[in-house]
Design a protein around this ligand. Structure first.
Ligand SMILES: NC(=O)c1ccc[n+]([C@@H]2O[C@H](COP(=O)([O-])OP(=O)(O)OC[C@H]3O[C@@H](n4cnc5c(N)ncnc54)[C@H](OP(=O)(O)O)[C@@H]3O)[C@@H](O)[C@H]2O)c1
Length: 205
């Protein structure tokens, strides 16, 4: 299969190459997914997990990218909960080959069904910011219905996810940011700010 591969940490982005790699096999509890859309985080090439396994051994050549949306093509022995042909999206383990490839082997527990009316590109794009927002609000923040939350950078990728998740949970959202064009449909109080001073505020429905 075709894959984006890195072998030399010192080379940075110049070391990113398109290569032929063997198609992955599904281990116990894995599925193989044919990738339709993939996400790559800007600083992944600086993560230790891109270069070594969990005990610090070199694992290059490695395939970056950990967000994905695609279709299940194979099930590992004992894998339950997903089926061949199912549309899925999710995140792959940082220490395993990633999603900038035609196929990836991924633990089934790291995937969920992608609804038929959600594009693959949308599915792959919302995983990381959605999880970031979720953890900030509900795992670290323990936000509950009726509480208020201030979302900085609320028009950004993580901020817009945080705004929508908080509203869905019944919380009140105060959003702060610089953006002129707000994309959220949630009811929110917004403040338009520069780093030096507040330049505007209002109420959006
Ligand atoms: N995206 C992810 O999956 C992810 C995961 C983990 C952590 N993070 C971290 O979460 C943070 C936000 O990431 P993001 O992906 O949501 O970025 P983003 O889409 O670029 O959003 C950043 C937001 O912050 C606003 N902003 C920037 N400078 C500002 C300033 N001086 N005053 C007020 N607002 C300002 C931007 O406003 P404008 O729209 O006007 O530029 C934008 O709305 C970053 O620190 C990132 O490293 C992101």
């Amino acid at each position: 299969m075709k894959a984006i591969v890195v072998t030399d940490q010192a080379a940075g982005m110049a070391g990113v190459k398109l290569m032929e790699r063997p198609e992955p096999q599904a281990a116990i509890n894995d599925v193989v997914v044919q990738i339709h859309a993939s996400g790559f985080t800007g600083d992944e090439l600086s993560w230790p997990s891109t270069w070594t396994d969990r005990v610090g051994r070199d694992r290059t050549p490695s395939i970056p990218g950990h967000e994905l949306a695609g279709v299940v093509t194979a099930l590992g022995y004992g894998t339950t909960g997903l089926s061949i042909g199912q549309r899925v999206f999710g995140l792959t383990d940082w220490y395993r080959d990633g999603t900038l490839a035609e196929y990836v082997a991924v633990e089934a527990r790291n995937l969920v069904a992608l609804p038929g009316d959600v594009d693959f590109t949308v599915g792959a794009a919302l995983v990381m910011p959605g999880l970031t927002a979720w953890q900030g609000l509900f795992e670290h923040g323990r936000l509950r219905a009726g509480q208020s939350v201030l979302v900085h950078g609320a028009a950004g990728v993580v901020g817009s996810m945080a705004t929508q998740l908080a509203r869905e949970a019944g919380a009140y959202v105060i959003g702060a940011g610089r953006a002129a064009g707000w994309k959220t449909s949630a009811k929110s109080i917004w403040f338009s700010m520069s780093s030096a001073a507040t330049s505007g505020s209002g109420l959006r429905a």
